[in-house]
Design a protein around this ligand. Structure first.
Ligand code: THU
Length: 158
């Protein structure tokens, strides 16, 4: 038996130090998307924005349902919408953020749930290159350069 170590790389920066204009607009789009989330049960309004290879940005947000399990996360709404509307465009990056009932953005960077990570992995396989993931808090952002890093030992059939 051998002991193995998994190393996780990410960058930490403040929102006002995010100098890349494309990534800055991706974060703005994710913030904007929180305003059309449908979250009457959790009152946690999540927004996600996806940057595509044609330079466009598509957004999504959490859509809840009285049958709780039927609701879906912002990240999946955005990723599935990207694939549904532009199936040949490749996903380059995804930003996610959230607002609470008090209208304030979460101080803690918002991190995708396990199911969304699994969807990100397959999206990355479709893209054929690493997808950047921006976990956004109100002032602090964590940036993971390769979505695969977010889910070690992900389920894969191909
Ligand atoms: N949610 C997301 O949209 N994305 C995440 O990464 C985690 C959780 C949603 C699901 C639910 O509508 C609400 O946040 C509270 O869990």
């Amino acid at each position: 038996m051998t002991e193995e170590t998994y190393t996780f790389h990410y960058h930490r920066c403040t929102l006002n130090r995010l100098t890349d204009p494309v990534l800055a607009s991706l974060v703005r789009a994710a913030r904007e998307a929180t305003y059309t989330a449908y979250a009457p049960y959790s009152h946690f309004y999540v927004g996600a924005a996806v940057l595509l290879s044609d330079g466009s940005i598509v957004t999504g947000n959490n859509q809840e349902n009285a049958a709780f399990g039927a609701g879906t996360c912002a990240e999946r709404t955005a990723l599935f919408y990207a694939h549904a509307s532009k199936p040949t465009a490749k996903v380059e990056a995804l930003a996610v953020t959230a607002r609470g009932e008090d209208d304030r953005f979460s101080a803690r960077p918002v991190s995708p749930c396990g199911i969304c990570r699994q969807v990100l992995i397959e999206t990355q396989q479709r893209a054929g290159h690493p997808i950047k993931v921006l976990l956004c808090g109100s002032e602090e952002i964590l940036i993971v350069d390769d979505a695969k890093q977010l889910l070690p030992f992900a389920f894969e059939t191909f």
